[in-house]
Design a protein around this ligand. Sequence first.
Ligand SMILES: O=C(Nc1ccc(C(=O)N2CC(c3nccs3)C2)s1)[C@@H]1CCCN1
Length: 154
Amino acid sequence: SQRTKMGKSDNKDRKNLGKKLKDVEISIPIVYGNIAFWLGKKASEYHSHKWTVYVRGSTNEELGPFIKRAVFQLHSSFNNPTRVVNSPPFELSESGWGEFEIAITIYFQSDIYDKPLNLYHHLKLYPEDENSSMSTKKPVVVECYDEIVFPDPS
Ligand SMILES: O=C(Nc1ccc(C(=O)N2CC(c3nccs3)C2)s1)[C@@H]1CCCN1
């Protein structure tokens, strides 16, 4: 009969057809960080820089299908320091004078992944290299790469 012709491994494959897929994951590569521009000598001392803090898909992949909301928690001296972004792009722009920790809380679209993800980014406005002169032309960019891994419930 047909079955006797199947090798041992084929029999194993046949048994797998009925099993649920397990150990399958969805991995979303993300980048989070900031870009900052010095506004030059004329700017006020409290607003010497304009900066944007963001979470984006690495290679600019769309995050909307996975992320419902990003909350950026700024230093308490900012007006309304809790900034909620409910749609992509998940970014926030402000002006300021200094560097401080920004907590970023990511809420997912899916109800299964109900726990939000907390990321922390230290805002950077000033170049590392003391010799490099302040320039309104060259922004400071600091980014971290991460991956959000979802177990796939298929
Ligand atoms: O920088 C730092 N903390 C900062 C907190 C707030 C900053 C800021 O930039 N801003 C508040 C907001 C203003 N709105 C109106 C007038 S100021 C613009 S900076 C620390 C201190 C030493 C090292 N890092």
